[in-house]
Write a protein that binds this ligand. Structure first.
Ligand code: ZN
Length: 111
């Protein structure tokens, strides 16, 4: 496994390139909204955030980079990835909870 500091350095450079790319410019022009709190952002307030932090082995790929407001970006930076993940699961409507409903219903209809 390569040195994590080296990895972060390389991926940060890639992120800088991506920030200038048409893909990113287009993304923040059409979908100027924080990925985490869904707040609408003016273009100069958008920051680039890695869903999987570089320090956790994340990469600067299109699939791992999202627009984020400064607040969310800072909160995330100050936490470990697992804590953040837990928070976003516990208060996010993006996570389907159908399965637990289903199992309750099954429990109710048993003889
Ligand atoms: Zn936000």
């Amino acid at each position: 496994m390569e040195n994590i500091e080296q990895h972060v350095k390389i991926e940060k450079q890639k992120a800088r390139e991506l920030r200038k790319s048409r893909w990113w410019q287009n993304k923040i022009a059409t979908q100027c909204q924080c990925y985490y709190c869904a707040k609408s952002l003016s273009r100069d307030l958008v920051t680039m955030d890695h869903v999987v932090p570089l320090s956790q082995g994340g990469v600067s790929s299109r699939g791992n980079i999202v627009p984020s407001c400064k607040e969310c970006n800072n909160i995330k930076k100050n936490r470990t990835a697992s804590e953040w993940l837990w928070d976003s699961i516990s208060d996010s409507s993006l996570v389907p909870i159908e399965e637990s409903h289903t199992s309750h219903q099954l429990a109710d209809v048993r003889e």
